[in-house]
Design a protein around this ligand. Structure first.
Ligand code: SAJ
Length: 441
């Protein structure tokens, strides 16, 4: 009988996953990596969290969380039961059997994908990983990234993808601040370079996620995420355009949407706003647009959506100007209070927040503008100055500009103590003479 001398890495890894003896490495201890690491630690896997930021590593090894959606108690428990450790020493990657890459994939100033974080992670992996490792990229990126920047690099280093090393892509579907869905309840899509890669990726994620959706290739998985978020960007842009139209028609779009969504099929509500913030929706479509350009395909939907969404902050500034005008005032010299600077409700994230753009425009037009946001203690303005937000809500300003609907703000006090309010979030369904609401004039 011929003994199969070739090590069966696939079988070995599958065995380790099923017996929870697989050691897991998560690169990037941010809003995606830390929750993932803690979920596997909860299932009694040994998890090593890697990050280049020594402060984050120290905080985590103190049993504390720096991520709003990850309670400190969960980190402390994971540490106490010796299922979680943080490290900046990437040489320890040779101790793990599975590696999830959860690093940022921002855009450069010229709106091109910045893959530097992914490339740095891959360089550490190819330098230190052991044979038989499963590598999963989770960072949102253009179709082809996983094959080109990971699988091809490993093959060049002499590792046979699909037998000696395994490579998958699985889009993160973390929704910051969403208390309705537990991340484990959100189906987890996973695609692989080979069918054995998919099989192992599916076994890995099935340990934590209630539903795992295997797809045939890494490109399908990469494109799934971009389709989800480009769909969102285009529909938000559509409803923002309808807002500008309804203002001109003197129709309350919010009431219209309320009526339209009574249709139980064929309609999905989106809502107008001051623009699109966050690090997903404003950026993800640009990855797809960039990849399309390589094939001489210039997606007009993506272009138009970006144009409309990025024009909304200036539209808000115009609404502020018109509202002050009705009081025979101008923005120049006006005492304004911006309420909310986070990009969406009940979170502390200001990345790409449209409020930052409106803040700059109003300041440039001469307003004396303060900011109140109970979730955000300070933020950086366009010149990178640190702007402290007010510790409490004050009233009697020339105008209040509501940019975010947080659940812990006393909007009734605002309504009763100010005579000029710009509402970009439909705080009040009722019509008030002194409230100037986007999508309804
Ligand atoms: N926005 C609107 N109108 C809408 C919906 C959103 O103006 O109808 C604005 C928000 O105010 C915000 C921006 O768009 O400034 C993005 O909002 P978002 O609800 O899409 O929240 P994000 O950026 O946190 O998106 C995440 C995404 N999750 C992942 O990528 C894993 C997205 O796919 C989710 O659909 C979204 O959360 C969600 O549904 O909450």
């Amino acid at each position: 009988m011929l003994i199969n001398l070739e090590t069966n890495y696939k079988q070995q890894l599958l065995e380790k996953i099923n017996t929870k003896t697989a050691k897991i490495g998560v690169i990037g201890m941010g809003y995606v990596g830390l929750p993932l690491a803690i979920e596997f630690a909860k299932k009694d896997f040994q998890v090593l969290g890697f990050d280049v930021d020594a402060n984050k590593v120290a905080t985590l090894n103190d049993g504390k969380s720096h991520i709003l959606d990850v309670p400190t108690a969960e980190v402390a428990i994971a540490k106490a039961k010796k299922c979680f450790e943080a490290s900046s020493d990437f040489a320890a990657l040779n101790e793990v059997d599975i590696i999830s890459i959860c690093v940022p994939t921002p855009l450069t100033a010229s709106h091109e994908p910045d893959m530097s974080y992914v490339k740095a992670a891959v360089a550490s992996i190819t330098q230190h990983m052991k044979r038989g490792t499963l590598i999963v990229l989770e960072s949102t990126t253009y179709p082809g990234t996983t094959r080109e920047l990971i699988a091809d690099e490993l093959e060049k280093a002499g590792d046979k993808v699909g037998t000696e090393v395994f490579v998958c892509f699985s889009p993160e579907r973390i929704d910051p601040g969403n208390t309705e869905f537990d991340s484990r309840d959100v189906p987890k899509v996973v695609g692989g370079i080979t069918s054995d890669c998919v099989m192992l990726g599916r076994a890995y994620y099935s340990q934590v996620f209630k539903e795992v959706v295997p797809v045939s290739t890494t490109e399908v998985a990469e494109m799934t995420k971009l389709l989800e978020n480009t769909f969102r960007s285009v529909n938000i842009a559509f409803i923002n355009e309808m807002a500008v139209l309804c203002e001109k028609l003197g129709i309350d779009l919010w009431e219209v949407i309320g009526a339209a969504k009574t249709k139980p099929f064929g309609f999905m509500p989106f809502y107008p706003g001051p623009g699109v913030g966050g690090h997903c929706i404003p950026l993800d479509p640009m990855y797809l647009y960039w990849k399309g350009k390589e094939k001489n395909h210039f997606s007009r939907f993506i272009e138009l959506a970006q144009q409309i969404n990025t024009a909304m902050p200036t539209h808000v500034t115009q609404i502020v100007s018109n509202a002050l005008n009705k009081k025979q005032k101008s923005i120049s010299g006006a005492r304004l209070l911006m309420v909310g600077v986070a990009y969406k409700s009940d979170i502390d994230d200001v990345r790409e927040s449209p409020a930052l753009e409106v803040y700059e425009e109003l300041k440039q037009l001469g307003a004396n503008i303060e900011v109140y946001d109970p979730f955000v203690a300070s933020f950086r303005d366009a010149k990178n100055n640190k702007i402290q937000t007010n510790s409490k809500l004050t009233n009697n300003h020339d105008a209040i500009v509501i940019m975010t609907k947080h659940s812990n703000i006393d909007y009734t006090a605002i309504l009763e103590n100010n005579d000029c309010i710009i509402d970009t979030r439909n705080i009040w369904n009722e019509k008030y003479e002194h409230v100037h609401k986007i999508g309804s004039m």
